[in-house]
Design a protein around this ligand. Structure first.
Ligand code: SF4
Length: 576
């Protein structure tokens, strides 16, 4: 059963008022993959009455649909930052939206978090607290570069009319925060919460002020370094940043869920459907992939510099138990729409399931070194695919499951690195868990660009491809590798794209059909590079392509099917 999204539903439940109303930039999709739905279920399990309004109509009083909550409003831009969702890397408007019924992108406002907060204030001048959450608010919680306005923006609490912000996955924070408000206690002590204060907190780490960041790009890099490092519940300090005449306070992160709690959150009775309120508007595309998918873990320690997952979810893997995952697969088989195919068994990086660094679990992430980088995998991290391997085998034994795909990204460099199980694991994937192709994400092959991306060098890719090709040959299968590639990442020049083209042709023996132009999204080192034009590690100047046409040109170099013919023609032209 869904949580209510109309007064009628509230009435049927015998409620006169919700304790909490959650507003989202997505339609109301009740799924463990949708943050607002998860938060709703967590609060429901705590005994709170929760209503959800997905994609409220901003041109009417739709935001008042459920009345005013007793404790607080929770506002999220949705599963994706609304600016990323609404615009391409070259700032063209996107026509489609996978989280909007009917698929037409006409229901998610730009800067949805700010718009919804303003709407609440318009209709309820003196209301209960407004609490921001979700990826848009979380990654914009301190001074950040905003690509769409091409400037540094203040922490989002200062731009909005909200009172608090809960950052990261926030499962623990949301519980403690709600309990505090319910008991009439001060919620500013809760871990994982940000708020504005008139006074600094001296014991917190003092970040460069917003003003200093505006004046000095190096200060902005310093700020981001501190923001990035203080992200682990075990070791992080609270952060304090002066903004105008007030202070942005970020309490240390809330604790991660342990395995039992992960299982519990995954086991709530999600409808795994779009709420009927939206259904006459059409289907939501995202359900095609998430309806029968299983999330095995949270977190990622890959630290690709262009990706914010490590900042948002944390760099420590939290795993669900095998028993609970198998239970979920069995639940699928009871659904009359289930055709025996599990779309994905994975997480942010599928093959991080089931192992972690012991040091990290005791003392938190290391400050000055990464678990994995361009040219090294930390010796303390013992990559071990055995648990995932067994899990995949067990899932295949579930009666009613005909096929279970691993469609989430995986780190191809970990497979040759795992001498004990890597080969066997890949064999299992090739034989049972992919369909015609496997997607991997080298993103580039120029060493200089790869270092800036925080991606592994090309040798593991070559080694992986050899293993993959051999296993396919042995299995008598014709399955391909497809590659995610990025053009115009900071540091990437046209010559690097030519190098990439040579590599894809001669080493990978293929012509890429797609490459993405880099988008500087909030919360990543790559965005810091884009804005500052400085390598944050060496603090040296780097080339950054900012011209839209030249970005397109970089992309076209690698996907051009007639590349060699054109090069030949142009060389001939120069010689004549
Ligand atoms: S010891 Fe190595 S694997 Fe463990 S947290 Fe530190 S860098 Fe990562």
């Amino acid at each position: 059963m869904f949580l209510p999204t109309t007064k009628d539903e509230m009435k049927k439940l015998g409620w006169s008022q919700c304790d909490v109303i959650l507003i989202s930039g997505d339609a109301y999709i009740d799924s463990p993959f949708i943050g607002v739905a998860v938060v709703g279920r967590i609060l429901e399990a705590q005994g709170f009455k929760v209503g959800i309004i997905g994609q409220p109509d901003i041109n009417s009083d739709d935001i008042t649909r459920l009345g005013e909550p007793r404790l607080y409003w929770g506002v999220s831009g949705g599963s994706i930052d609304s600016m990323v969702s609404n615009y391409t890397a070259t700032k063209k408007f996107r026509n489609s939206d996978d989280y909007t019924p009917g698929g037409k992108n006409d229901k998610r406002p730009d800067r949805a978090t700010l718009v919804y907060t303003n709407l609440i204030r318009r209709y309820y001048k003196d209301t209960v607290p407004i609490v921001l959450g979700g990826i848009e608010a979380s990654l914009r919680r301190t001074t950040h570069y905003d690509f769409w306005s091409n400037k540094l923006r203040k922490p989002i609490l200062f731009d909005s009319k909200a009172d608090y912000l809960i950052y990261g996955m926030g499962e623990m924070a949301i519980r403690e925060f709600s309990t505090a408000l319910d008991k009439g206690e001060d919620p500013t002590k809760v871990r994982g919460v940000c708020y504005i204060s008139k006074e600094p907190i001296e014991s917190y780490l003092q970040l460069p002020s917003h003003e200093e960041c505006l004046k000095n790009k190096e200060k902005y890099i310093d700020l981001f370094d501190d923001f990035y490092k203080n992200n682990d519940p075990i070791s992080a300090m609270g952060l304090c940043q002066k903004v105008d005449n007030r202070y942005s306070i970020q309490n240390p992160p809330c604790d991660y869920l342990d395995e039992k709690e992960m299982d519990e959150v995954a086991s709530y009775k999600y409808a795994r459907e779009l709420h009927p309120f939206h259904q006459n508007q059409g289907k939501v595309k995202c359900l095609e992939t998430i309806k029968f998918s299983i999330q095995t873990h949270h977190g990622c320690w890959g630290e690709c510099n262009f990706c914010a997952i490590g900042v948002h979810q944390g760099r420590t893997i939290r795993t669900r138990s095998e028993k609970n995952i198998i239970w979920e697969a069995k639940e699928f088989t009871k659904d009359k729409e289930f055709k025996g195919v599990i779309s994905d068994i994975g997480g942010p990086t599928a093959n991080m399931y089931g192992y972690e660094c012991g040091k990290k679990l005791k003392k938190g992430t290391c400050d000055d070194i990464r678990c994995v980088d361009y040219d090294r995998l930390c010796k303390v991290m013992k990559v071990d695919h055995s648990r995932h391997l067994k899990l995949l085998r067990d899932i295949r034994q579930v009666p009613g499951v005909k096929k279970a795909f691993v469609a989430s990204g995986l780190r191809y460099d970990f497979i040759p690195a795992d001498k004990k199980y890597g080969y066997e694991y890949l064999k299992e994937l090739v034989n049972h868990h992919i369909s015609g192709q496997m997607k991997v994400a080298p993103e580039h092959t120029s060493d200089r660009v790869l270092k800036l991306m925080g991606k592994p060098g090309k040798e593991p890719l070559i080694e992986f491809k050899k293993m993959y090709d051999r296993l396919n040959k042995e299995a008598g299968k014709k399955q391909f590798l497809t590659y995610y590639l990025i053009a115009a990442h900071p540091g990437c020049e046209e010559k690097d794209m030519h190098e990439l083209k040579q590599f894809t042709t001669h080493e990978l023996k293929m012509n890429p059909e797609q490459a993405q132009i880099f988008t500087p999204t909030p919360g990543t080192y790559s965005s810091v590079m884009y804005y500052t034009e400085i390598d944050p590690i060496t603090r040296k100047k780097i080339y950054v392509e900012k011209d839209r046409a030249r970005k397109e040109k970089q992309k076209n170099i690698v996907i051009d099917k007639k590349y060699y013919q054109r090069r030949k023609d142009s060389n001939a032209g120069m010689q004549s």
